[in-house]
Design a protein around this ligand. Structure first.
Ligand code: EUG
Length: 614
């Protein structure tokens, strides 16, 4: 479809998941680029029909759906029996993985349900236990590169929490905290703070793209780029609906931390995350133990000034000595935010042009070609680019920046790029906005590297050591070379560890390429595990493999998770398989994905013995 006919991107005034109007021109441009890169129709009719989950007949499933419809209202339950439509970042599907590694009809929902309240969520949980239908809750569904909104088990009923549960319940300008529902995006929270005239007073922390759910991203232990970048560490208080039905026939909802107080818990719910007794929040992140319906989050006071800086490093071999320089600076907070050290190729690809603009060969784009094209950019020819920010008034920043400048210049060929020389549309300024709490839309431009651009990530964590960086970069380079894929690594440096994020960009319609991407990802996970590195997060397709690497003492951790799963969700209805945790009914039936499969399904689920409680 010619871009001029593309409908306008929904804004926050018309959709909870919409774009802030300040970013609408950017969204229009980004959407045009994406649609220009699509070589196949955006929507395709379902080839395999309604994806009914295993363990229930189609007839019984449709009867159950009618029951849910009459309980919640006909508009709040939709069957997924027509088509797969991929859309793009701002108008993404809530039914399947828009960036599939498998066939699009593998990680796919049978229906989507839209609760409007915690009571509705409880009702849905009761319904799922009665009919033994798997549920998959999403907040916004923009967990892109890790499966998006898609369920792990084919035919699960997606609970789209965000569409109707998207209130900002509180922004507390005294305590610098907020309380949000799952449908609040980083964009929406930022806009609301500006609207209330609090923008000069407080910042939010945002990931590279602002369309994600604050709750969803935090539960997935996502990362942002202000000093409040560790989202999980910055949250305070959850409200959770549990997945089982008690002996009294009711579904339990509870609050963690100070929110558990019988009287007045709201006072300190967002100020002190721990409360009394065991700290339970952890088991609801990257898990399938409960449905989070409210979350508290801390907000950052405006530090009184900020200044981005950017350095380039000439040689690939500068990586290890540079990381050694970064570690003490980061631990002592001279480097104050989760900075990014990116490979030059990512600086090129984020301009949003297809790879074919630069190179037509097969195999990874050769370094001399990358360097040649970087020469004519504002960044200049280099191997690595460091993006960081210093906070506080000028005299405070000056002290820190001079230390950083001296230290970085110990690497021969290091160059500080003067921001004053950079045009307003340079990617640097997007990093500048993000590191100062203003959500942006720039990052997704590198998906245009490939036609029908999709991406999946290899995301290992390691100490901030040169030797670790070299080993991880080395194995990624070797495995990308074997599969003929371009390597675009970025090191995101936390306080005492770093996340290496390797996003592989691929053609989502090219099954051969997808198989190479899967092989590359699986080989990197195995290589990393053999060297003592594990991933902090992964794609649905890779969760079993990654969970399997955390196997110390005869898989003691997974045994513990299984114990929790069986206790909290005896019928196994909540997000089976998420993060490698399979309910009893699914275990040992071949649901785990090890690599090379064409189907994501196992051989059935165990029936429940005895009578249903409902
Ligand atoms: C990015 C960052 C991540 C992640 C996936 C993608 C952005 C890449 C720091 O975490 O998990 C440029």
């Amino acid at each position: 479809m010619p871009p001029s006919f593309l409908p306008i991107t929904p804004t926050l005034s018309t959709a909870h998941s919409g774009i802030p109007s300040r970013l609408l021109p950017k969204a229009t441009h980004a959407k045009n680029l994406i649609y220009n890169g699509k070589t196949v129709p955006d929507a395709a009719p379902l080839r395999r029909g309604l994806p009914v989950p295993q363990g229930i007949s189609k007839t019984a499933f449709l009867v159950a759906i009618e029951e849910l419809r009459s309980a919640l209202g006909p508009d709040h339950v939709t069957l997924n029996d027509k088509e797969v439509k991929n859309g793009w970042y701002m108008e993404h599907p809530n039914t399947h993985d828009m960036m599939p590694l498998f066939d699009s009809e593998e990680f796919i929902a049978s229906a989507v349900v839209y609760p409007g309240s915690v009571e509705d969520v409880k009702l849905i949980v009761k319904w799922a236990n009665k009919h033994l239908i798997p549920l998959f809750p999403i907040s916004i569904g923009r967990n892109l590169g890790y499966g998006g909104s898609a369920p792990r088990v084919r035919g699960s009923v997606t609970i789209d929490l965000g569409r109707r549960m998207n209130r900002i319940l509180e922004i507390n300008a005294d305590d610098f905290t907020c309380l949000v529902e799952p449908g609040v995006t980083f964009y929406a929270l930022h806009e609301e703070i500006q609207k209330r005239g609090l923008g000069d007073k407080m910042w939010i922390d945002t990931p590279d793209l602002g369309g994600g759910s604050v709750v969803g991203n935090t539960l997935d232990r996502g990362v942002g780029y202000t000093p409040y970048g560790d989202h999980w560490a910055c949250h305070s208080g959850l409200e959770v609906v549990l997945p089982s039905v008690g002996d009294d026939g009711d579904v339990s909802v509870f609050r963690t931390g100070m929110g558990a107080l019988g009287v007045g818990g709201e006072n300190t719910w967002q100020c002190f995350p721990y409360g009394f007794g065991p700290y339970n929040d952890g088991i609801f992140s990257q898990s399938n133990f409960g449905i989070v319906t409210k979350m508290g989050m801390t907000l950052m006071p405006n530090p009184g000034g900020f200044e981005s800086f950017m350095y380039t490093f000439a040689n690939e071999s500068d990586l290890a000595p540079l990381i050694e320089i970064i570690r003490p600076l980061r631990i002592s907070n001279i480097l104050e935010n989760v900075a990014q050290l990116r490979h030059g190729l990512q600086t090129l690809s984020v301009k949003g042009h297809p790879r074919t603009n630069y190179y037509n060969g097969s195999g990874p784009m050769p370094d001399p070609i990358i360097r040649q094209h970087l020469r004519s950019t504002a960044t200049g020819e280099c191997a690595w680019v460091y993006y960081g920010m210093s906070y506080g008034p000028a005299h405070i920043r000056g002290h820190k920046l001079s230390i950083i400048d001296n230290e970085f210049h110990r690497i021969p060929g290091c160059k500080r790029i003067d921001p004053a020389t950079l045009p307003a549309d340079e990617y640097f300024w997007s990093r500048d906005r993000i590191a100062s709490g203003t959500p942006d839309l720039e990052e997704l431009k590198w998906v245009n590297w490939m036609p029908n651009g999709a991406h999946a990530a290899f995301s290992p964590v390691s100490p901030i050591k040169g030797a670790d960086a070299e080993k991880l970069y080395g194995l990624a380079k070797r495995r990308h070379g074997e599969q003929g894929l371009d390597l675009m690594p970025a090191f995101c440096v936390g306080l005492r560890e770093m996340h290496l994020i390797v996003e592989i960009v691929y053609d989502g319609t090219d099954m051969g390429m997808k198989k190479r991407v899967e092989k590359c990802l699986r080989d990197m996970i195995d290589d990393a595990a053999a060297l003592g590195y594990g991933e902090y997060r992964t794609h649905l397709a890779l969760m079993d493999q990654v969970a399997g690497t955390y196997n110390w003492n005869d898989n003691a951790l997974m045994k513990f998770n299984n114990t929790l799963k069986d206790a909290l969700d005896p019928n196994g209805i909540l997000a089976p398989g998420r993060c490698g945790i399979w309910p009893k009914r699914y275990r040992n039936r071949g649901w785990e994905l090890k690599g090379g499969e064409t189907s994501t399904e196992g051989a059935g689920v165990a029936p429940i013995a005895g009578e249903s409680k409902i």
